[in-house]
Write a protein that binds this ligand. Structure first.
Ligand code: EPU
Length: 422
């Protein structure tokens, strides 16, 4: 089992860091590659992450050829010919995001069987909105023995989503590309990853209007063809390095970071007193920790503050003098990192969806365990500002979404290493 060891306390990050393609964009993009019946689809700027390998296996399990050339960060998918209806439990159970193959398989084959995603540490994460939407489009859905079976020729529908779910929006948008007639998705998710998916689907021949707004209109077409697409940059990886720079009084250029995708985070950093500047090559973050002020942050669907930056931002709150407040409204159980950070000396109180962080107290390194992907990044960042040695375990979470995180931090001046212990 690998561990990351950080000697913290005096770290001041400086230099330039490069960002990968977005995990949360590439997973639905891979699901979309099974839609075209003509030509191959090429994705470039693909991050080398364990979730990508899992999704490749989900797609391969449908009898689709997937060629991942890691040296060029390129995946070529050939879904021409017959594809299978069933996404096997073996891979689906490893990653909740694989549920987004349900819509594309159903739209293409008129029948789909996908394992029900299992439990999750950050919240209950039901998929009712995915299923209700598909039912409104004419699918007959049954749930039996841990599997979801959907069948029927899909037709257009007007669907209001009770909550702008990212995954449900992606599933329904893909299903609607091949449905008969017009589908209108109201209260749709607006994340940059939704826009990226709409761009690929449009290149494949789909007719989609309104991506990035709360109303998506999709006019079904008879068939789709292969296309080439560059995966959008990972705003959460970029944001993680912004926070790392801010909390270590650093000066870091985050190359190719996109201001508009990180607006809610940048607004909070600036409110704290961090200097954030758009430069030709990316976004520069410069900070003097001793001058930063505490803030209140509330997570919301995009364009609100992203829940995927909540854990990392609480690490910054822990570093800043004074009392900060974090309100998590998207997931019910996403404060577990705070319990681990308590082992490092953090003073915090949690009441339902609100965490009060008493920042600025000296923190000490300790052995800690990551409980989910973003928590693992948050614990590593906390290690940077804690005196002495922090050892972060359970790195399988980190590897799902961060490529060579320790190497990137080391290049910026952190005293950090990864060791293998069998
Ligand atoms: N929800 C429902 N019913 C549904 C779907 C969602 O009640 O049918 C609820 C969930 O329980 C949750 C909220 O809606 O409370 C948000 O869920 P959403 O469906 O928007 O999230 P997701 O599609 O499952 C994606 C990201 C997550 C990210 C969320 C929110 C991917 C692969 N995953 O998940 O990323 O936190 O959107 O932005 O895109 C991560 O990268 O660390 C991560 C967890």
């Amino acid at each position: 089992m690998d561990k990351i060891i950080i000697e913290g306390g005096k770290t001041r990050l400086s230099g330039t860091v490069t960002i990968e393609g977005a995990k949360n964009a590439v997973l639905p993009l891979l699901a979309a590659t099974i839609l075209p019946t003509e030509g191959t689809t090429t994705l470039t700027n693909v991050p080398i992450l364990s979730d990508v390998f899992t999704m490749n296996n989900v797609v391969r399990g449908l009898d689709v050829a997937v060629d991942f050339q890691e040296s060029t960060n390129t995946i070529v998918v050939d879904a021409q010919g017959e594809i299978l209806d069933e996404a096997p439990y073996e891979y689906v159970s490893q990653m909740r995001a694989s549920i987004v193959v349900l819509g594309p398989i159903l739209a293409r084959n008129g029948h789909a069987k996908v394992s029900m995603p299992g439990g999750c540490t950050i919240g209950s994460r039901p998929i009712d909105l995915h299923l209700k939407g598909l039912e409104a489009m004419g699918a007959k859905i049954t749930q039996l023995g841990g599997d979801i079976t959907a069948s029927g020729q899909l037709h257009g529908a007007r669907i209001y989503m009770d909550f702008p779910s990212v995954g449900a929006t992606q599933n329904l948008m893909m299903a609607a590309t091949l449905a008969d007639g017009v589908t209108v998705l109201e209260n749709a998710a607006r994340e940059p990853e939704i826009v990226d998916l709409a761009i690929l689907l449009t290149k494949m021949g789909a007719k989609i209007k309104g991506a990035g707004t709360e109303v998506l209109t999709i006019t079904g077409v008879d068939k789709l063809h292969g296309a080439e697409h560059q995966v959008v940059q990972d705003r959460i990886e970029a944001g993680t390095f912004m926070v790392a720079a801010a909390m270590t009084s650093g000066d870091v250029l985050i190359k190719d970071a996109i201001w508009e995708h990180n607006r809610p985070l940048l607004a909070k950093l600036i409110e704290m007193g961090v200097e954030a500047r758009e430069e030709a090559e990316g976004i520069r973050i410069k900070s003097d920790l001793s001058t930063l002020k505490p803030v209140t942050v509330k997570t919301l669907p995009h364009p609100g503050f992203p829940t995927d930056m909540q854990a990392q931002f609480t690490a910054l709150m822990a570093a800043v003098n004074g009392e900060s407040t974090m309100i998590e409204t998207v997931f019910e159980n996403r404060f577990q990192h705070l319990e681990e950070m308590r082992r490092m000396g953090l003073h915090s109180e949690i009441l339902r969806d609100t965490a009060l962080i008493h920042g600025g107290n000296p923190l000490q390194g300790a052995p800690v365990m990551s409980t989910d992907l973003r928590a693992s990044a948050a614990l590593i960042l906390t290690g940077l500002i804690s005196e002495g040695k922090t050892v972060v375990g359970k790195l399988t979470h980190l590897d799902r979404g961060y490529y060579r995180f320790h190497e990137k931090l080391a290049q910026l001046g952190a005293n950090i290493q990864r060791i293998s212990e069998d």
